[in-house]
Design a protein around this ligand. Structure first.
Ligand SMILES: Nc1nc2c(ncn2[C@@H]2O[C@H](COP(=O)(O)OP(=O)(O)OP(=O)(O)O)[C@@H](O)[C@H]2O)c(=O)[nH]1
Length: 330
């Protein structure tokens, strides 16, 4: 008669073999760490084909931490230790270093095993190679950023578009009001651009806009400034922190910059080279003032510059600001 204990043992061993075979044939890498000694009591042999480090070289949690990207180490080790101490199952993504110095994105899924008295006995888990997923995520993020950039960029000139300007004006208006700082606008509108298109063609018109947009962009030196295409042949400069003097200087630099480009215009009733009319204004926003009214007031100054013969700068007078903010466009 066979001993029933022998049979049970044989069965258990056969089961253990089955489990081990199963564990070692998955793409996920199983491991176990004894909590008291912080040593690996098991790690699947697949680790060697994934990271290149021999199975036997994984002795302690220090080996695990040392083979992690330095930028991930503190965050991941701190998180995993805290979660394990609290007895909470968790997962962490990090870059594991391969034997030949490359990095592989790993997701470690950790289960905390407790003893009957509730104390932590060991940690068991699986390491998953998530490099492909990370690559997809990074590509998605890159595309998202690119889309965001494109949605804020003018397709023709490559400078900021109206949407970007509107967004930044809102933010800067609020900051100026809260910080008690000035904020200036310079609107630049090319003179007689319809005639330019008529005389030189639309493609040359596009080229002219691109050159002027690029020049204005180069002219803006301060990091907070925004140079945007405001409409067809209109550009706008948002100058946070700039007072009346600074705004006027920027406007004069715009005029000089356009003259320096010496883009031939010509034709009946227009000058030899392309010029622009500018509206300039400075606000020190108070409660109740709106960016929209300020923008409209500066736009009215631009309208005045056109009405007074073009190729000139008209400035929103400080003393008349309140009235000007409320005046309708002529
Ligand atoms: N080439 C080109 N032309 C554009 C573009 N956007 C707007 N325009 C042209 O810009 C011209 C603007 O004409 P108007 O608004 O009459 O202004 P203007 O001829 O510049 O006259 P003033 O502003 O009064 O000096 C129109 O002919 C538009 O077709 C563009 O992207 N490319």
């Amino acid at each position: 008669m066979p001993d029933p204990d022998d049979a049970t043992l044989r069965e258990a061993l056969a089961d253990a073999d089955v489990y081990r075979t199963l564990l070692e044939s998955t793409r996920a890498i199983p491991w176990k760490i004894d909590w008291a000694s912080m040593r690996f009591t098991y790690i699947g042999p697949q680790i060697e084909s994934l990271l290149g480090w021999p199975q036997a070289s994984w002795s302690t949690v220090e080996d695990w931490a040392a083979r992690m990207h330095p930028e991930d180490r503190e965050r991941v080790v701190g998180f995993c230790v805290a979660q394990s101490q609290a007895g909470v199952d968790h997962e962490a993504d990090y870059r594991a270093m391969t034997h030949d110095g490359r990095y592989v994105w790993i997701r470690d899924v950790v289960h905390v095993v407790r003893r009957a008295d509730g104390a932590v006995d060991s940690l068991v888990g699986f390491m998953f190679d998530i490099s492909e997923r990370k690559k997809d995520e990074e590509e998605l993020l890159r595309l998202h950023r690119e889309l965001e950039r494109l949605s804020m960029t003018d397709g023709l000139t490559g400078i900021a578009n109206r949407r970007m300007f509107d967004t930044r004006l809102g933010t800067e208006w609020k900051a100026a009001r809260e910080g008690g700082k000035p904020l200036s606008l310079v609107i630049v509108d090319i003179d007689c651009f319809k005639q330019y298109n008529d005389a030189h063609g639309h493609v040359a018109g596009d080229e002219c806009l691109t050159r002027i947009g690029g020049m204005l962009q180069e002219l803006s030196q301060r990091p907070g400034d925004v140079v945007a295409r405001f409409g067809g042949e209109e550009f706008i400069l948002l100058l946070p922190g700039a007072d009346e003097t600074a705004a006027r200087e920027v406007a004069e630099a715009c005029v000089r910059g356009i003259a320096r480009l010496r883009i031939p215009h010509g034709g009946p009733g227009v000058g030899d080279i392309v010029t622009a009319s500018l509206g300039v204004g400075t606000a020190r926003p108070a409660a109740g003032d709106t960016a929209r009214d300020f923008l409209a007031a500066v736009d009215r100054r631009l309208y005045d510059a056109k009405a007074r013969g073009r190729n000139r700068i008209e400035v929103l007078e400080q003393g008349h600001r309140a009235a000007a903010l409320r005046a309708p466009r002529p």
